[in-house]
Design a protein around this ligand. Structure first.
Ligand SMILES: [Zn+2]
Length: 354
């Protein structure tokens, strides 16, 4: 039977293809949108469509037709249908080039692709998200440092390339991409909810409203733990042993009336420890560094700056090694810090050893 309910329908300018053999209609608000595509393309990518399109011939009187082609009415929002069809016809679709807003913008596409079991699109979304939130330690540190530079550095606009963490958590949680969660929660924890209210950083504020209550709880608990772990930075300096130090004094300290057991290295590290300790007393120094609680950045900073203390070679090597093991420990602790192992879908995935 010929359909005429589509009199007011809008034919899509590029997705209503003259050579198509299948009409698809979907509604957005009050408007019906029409697309005309190739049944073979849909069937090729989606077993659900393939089943739907085991088509009765268009000549069959029971089949609705439009403009000479059979019509399928989809219950999905027309915007999502449009993006889905665009991606099927445009392998390198611009949505995959989005940076800061990728997870948010792709959510509808991921929903409809999951519903129609279009595995190629689901895999592409998952791959892109994992590129944005790397799950090897080295990549994690690199992106953390990039992110930090975007806050403090002179390069205007870098921030737009840093992906937004709350929408990443939403996408990863709803569509089972657990690998990205440690990095995304960590990034979230370096933000303050107060950043909602500051116009200066508003554009960089996470989309808190996307998070469920239990996810906000995970954020608070994780942030609290990370703040406590700033102590790890101080431990870099206070857990020092000078067994191999080449600068141990063997001088008589006339003031103390005894042989000094100190060393130039110990004194240099004591100075550094005092300066870190000051940062742990926020009232005196302003508490921004603590509120942002980017412990990984702090540890990487201690590692990068280890030569500035002018230590002897064995002590410098020792400090570097202790930094590295603290970084390793923090990386390994992230799933526990954010209680991710309690998530029903969270499984320990093999992570990079680098
Ligand atoms: Zn030394």
């Amino acid at each position: 039977m010929q359909v005429d309910t589509t009199n007011d329908a809008l034919r899509h300018p590029t997705l209503y293809k003259a050579s198509g053999d299948l009409a698809i209609s979907a509604v957005d608000g009050d408007v019906t949108h029409l697309y005309r595509v190739h049944a073979l393309i849909l069937a090729e990518h989606s077993p659900v469509f393939a089943g739907m399109l085991t088509l009765p011939a268009a000549a069959d009187a029971s089949v609705q037709t439009y403009d000479g082609a059979p019509v399928v009415h989809l219950p999905d929002n027309a915007k999502e249908v449009k993006t889905l069809l665009e991606v099927l016809y445009t392998p390198v679709h611009p949505i995959f080039k989005k940076e800061r807003t990728f997870a948010r913008d792709v959510y509808g596409l991921m929903s409809i692709a999951t519903k129609y079991q279009i595995d190629s699109i689901c895999a592409a979304v998952s791959t892109r998200l994992k590129e944005q939130w790397p799950f090897t330690k080295v990549e994690f540190i690199r992106t953390r440092e990039d992110s930090h530079r975007s806050w403090v550095g002179p390069i205007h606009g870098v921030g737009r390339r840093i992906p937004e963490p709350a929408s990443a958590i939403r996408l990863a949680t709803d569509f089972n991409i657990p690998e990205v969660l440690p990095a995304a929660y960590y990034d979230l924890a370096t933000h303050e909810i107060i950043s909602l209210y500051s116009s200066q950083v508003k554009s960089m504020a996470p989309q808190w409203d996307l998070l469920l209550p239990e996810e906000l709880l995970r954020y608070y608990q994780g942030k609290h733990q990370l703040t406590r772990q700033f102590v790890r930075c101080v431990n870099m300096f206070s857990s020092y042993h000078d067994d191999e130090c080449e600068t141990v004094f063997d001088d008589f300290d006339y003031d103390a009336g005894e042989y000094s057991d100190s060393s130039a290295c110990r004194q240099a590290l004591e100075k550094a420890r005092t300066s870190w300790n000051d940062q742990l007393h926020p009232i005196e120094t302003g508490y921004i560094s603590l509120m942002r609680a980017d412990v990984m950045h702090a540890l990487v900073g201690v590692y990068d700056d280890r030569r500035k203390h002018k230590l002897c070679r064995p002590c410098e090597v020792d400090l570097g090694a202790r930094c590295k093991s603290a970084i390793e420990a923090l990386w390994n602790d992230l799933p526990a810090i954010f209680s991710l192992k309690g998530l029903p879908f969270y499984a320990l995935t093999p992570r990079g050893q680098h």
